[in-house]
Design a protein around this ligand. Structure first.
Ligand SMILES: [Mn+2]
Length: 236
């Protein structure tokens, strides 16, 4: 069986598009074929090739007007071209019922595209929250989460209850988007994973691709995406 293609959304710095190789390595390790989806390429034709899509994370925030909020002083920098591209890619993937994984900011975008809202800055909006911007290296875990029994996440991670994840975000899911449910939270209540009701639609607030060595259950997240993508490509 050939490897199903998994589209990865890149980051941009000026006119340069770039991707953390951890995403590429995780998709390859999971049996998929990673393809970087460049801004400016026709999205419908990219999606014709794809078995699944990963919306990646980055050091930027989603424009608050996308979810009907005033921009708070603590909201971070925006990358509006990137958000527009990822929004269209995500909407296209969801409308085709392609498997989708949103990572970190990609999970937040998944929520917003489906009509949900965000916490613009955890430290100023959630007093007493855990540190969600870890100081230790990203390939180590920093805080626990609790995974909901019976969730898609529990199946793909092969575990329920407590697990440890990395954390490099200052925003979080607030109001849930249409058809989404929470599948993991941190001990302070911050939403750490969301998922759709059917098909493979999963958002994780941490970076599973950076934890393959220290918390190997995270490979299961990418393996489940690739298995779902293989089923899409084999469907008549
Ligand atoms: Mn976190």
């Amino acid at each position: 069986m050939s490897r199903p293609a998994i589209l990865l959304s890149p980051d941009c710095e000026g006119r340069t598009l770039q991707i953390d190789r951890a995403y590429v390595e995780a998709v390859v390790a999971a049996g998929g074929l990673p393809l970087v989806a460049p801004y400016g390429a026709p999205i419908p034709e990219l999606l014709d090739l794809a078995g699944g899509v990963v919306i990646t994370g980055g050091a930027f925030d989603i424009p608050p007007d996308a979810y009907g909020a005033e921009r708070a002083p603590a909201c971070g920098p925006l990358k509006e071209e990137r958000t527009r591209f990822e929004w269209e890619l995500l909407e296209g993937a969801l409308s085709r019922r392609l498997p989708v994984l949103g990572v970190c900011g990609g999970m937040q975008l998944l929520n917003v595209v489906l009509g949900g809202t965000l916490v613009q800055d955890i430290p100023t909006e959630i007093p007493g929250a855990l540190p969600h911007e870890q100081k230790n290296p990203k390939d180590e875990p920093s805080h626990p989460i609790r995974i909901e029994e019976g969730s898609l996440l529990a199946r793909v991670a092969s575990r329920t209850g407590e697990a440890r994840v990395n954390s490099t975000h200052h925003q979080a899911v607030a109001g849930l988007g249409r058809g989404l449910r929470v599948s993991a939270r941190a001990p302070d209540g911050v939403v750490e994973a969301i998922e759709g009701e059917d098909g493979f639609v999963l958002g994780v607030q941490w970076h599973p691709e950076r934890l393959l060595a220290s918390e190997p259950w995270n490979l299961g997240v990418y393996e489940a995406l690739v298995r779902a993508a293989a089923r899409v490509r084999e469907a008549p």
